[in-house]
Design a protein around this ligand. Structure first.
Ligand SMILES: CC(C)(COP(=O)(O)OP(=O)(O)OC[C@H]1O[C@@H](n2cnc3c(N)ncnc32)[C@H](O)[C@@H]1OP(=O)(O)O)[C@@H](O)C(=O)NCCC(=O)NCCS
Length: 159
């Protein structure tokens, strides 16, 4: 395991993940259900076009976020915390680490899309300074096989 300090947040608790962490990351996403495929996670771990930040608790990966590098901005493409570790500030710490990565990349903004029913994520993002700047009607398939579609909020934050 390569321990790496990101910004000034929880040294030895938050790391940038590498390809060696793929199994732990795929297992986490399978329970956190952020909605990205294992293939996309594997790709993100392999190249320079993205960074995956992980939160470790007693050597267990309990939270992560995937940040993709765009020409001027960065995009938060996925984020998830194990259900039993939610509501304890893990998401908030991971998000702050993501913002530190975006600052290192000299990104102008961090962009994201979120389902409008995802109150936990929206509250987390707003608390971290993200503002809604767009709306995509019927953007996502409905969750859990329900009929219909769901709209997305587009949010961003200056770095
Ligand atoms: C969204 C998610 C990452 C938040 O992680 P977390 O570790 O629980 O977040 P934190 O404990 O840091 O909480 C951050 C803020 O969100 C709020 N929050 C957390 N869970 C909440 C819930 N179920 N309902 C409303 N607000 C909630 C917290 O109250 C906190 O706000 P506060 O500081 O104003 O009280 C987590 O719920 C998750 O993994 N969800 C499933 C995957 C997902 O939806 N990913 C985002 C896709 S865009």
């Amino acid at each position: 395991m390569l321990w790496r300090r990101i910004g000034r947040y929880r040294v030895k608790m938050i790391t940038e993940l590498s390809h060696d962490d793929f199994q732990a990351l795929a297992a986490l996403e399978a329970r956190a259900l952020s909605g990205v495929s294992a293939a996309l996670l594997g790709e993100a771990l392999s190249g320079d076009a993205a960074c995956v930040v992980g939160y470790w608790h007693d050597e267990q990966l309990t939270g992560y976020a995937l940040l993709a590098r765009l020409p001027f901005d960065a995009e938060l493409q996925a984020m998830g915390v194990l259900p039993e570790h939610r509501g304890q500030g893990v998401g908030d710490r991971v998000l702050k680490a993501v913002l530190a990565v975006a600052a290192r990349w000299q990104s102008e903004r961090v962009l994201l899309e979120v389902r409008e029913s995802n109150a936990a994520a929206i509250r987390l993002y707003k608390g971290a300074g993200f503002q809604q700047d767009g709306y995509r009607r019927d953007y996502y398939p409905a969750v859990h096989g329900a009929a219909g579609r769901e709209s997305a909020l587009l949010m961003s934050r200056s770095v």
